[in-house]
Design a protein around this ligand. Structure first.
Ligand code: GDP
Ligand code: MG
Length: 163
């Protein structure tokens, strides 16, 4: 069994885009439309040193208005069980939302290593504008652009160092 890294976070922060970037394939379904049904996905990153497995979450959202937040927590719980490292993904352009705060509180209770991944930082210059709110969540953090690849190689090294 490969060490497993779980991507956790609310919808539309870019988990599936990051999953695709790290596995370098287009396997996870990414979608602009909120509320679309998406399943948890698993892929191996054989070029990792060490090789590792990645679990994407964010599926099974049946309705925009119904049960969405509960779903995020349920999936987080499930994904965490089998994971050696949790990547807590947030949207760097939106700042810390209420769900992010709640997820952070939830993730502080685990003994497993958690890394905050601030996504949608589409260029190095944006890294300086990251708000103190992110640092205040209290996790080691990485700034990336899953869409453009900025920071994702560094993130992969940080993942590998933890495993
Ligand atoms: P998920 O719901 O967390 O899996 O998020 P998705 O990966 O489906 O992405 C949600 C939206 O954010 C899509 O429109 C993506 O194209 C967009 N997105 C993802 N990563 C980035 C990024 O690094 N920069 C920007 N600007 N948009 C991104
Ligand atoms: Mg997704």
């Amino acid at each position: 069994m490969l060490p497993t890294v779980a991507l956790i976070g609310r919808r539309n922060v870019g988990k599936s885009t990051l999953f695709n970037r790290l596995i370098r394939k287009q396997k996870a379904l990414t979608h602009d439309r909120p509320g679309v049904t998406r399943d948890r996905l698993y892929a191996e990153v054989p070029h990792g040193e060490p090789p590792f497995a990645l679990v994407d979450t964010g599926g099974l959202v049946l309705d925009e208005s119904d049960g969405v937040e509960a779903d995020v927590f349920e999936q987080a719980r499930e994904a965490m069980e089998g994971a050696q490292l949790i990547l807590f993904v947030v949207d760097g352009r939106q700042g810390v939302s209420t769900i992010d705060e709640q997820l952070a509180a939830f993730l502080r209770q685990t003994d497993k290593p958690v890394r905050l991944v601030i996504n949608k930082v589409d260029g190095a210059e944006l890294e300086d504008t990251l708000s103190a709110e992110f640092y205040a969540l209290g996790f080691p953090l990485s700034a990336v652009s899953a869409a453009h690849g900025y920071g994702t190689l560094t993130l992969q090294e940080e993942i590998e160092e933890t495993l």
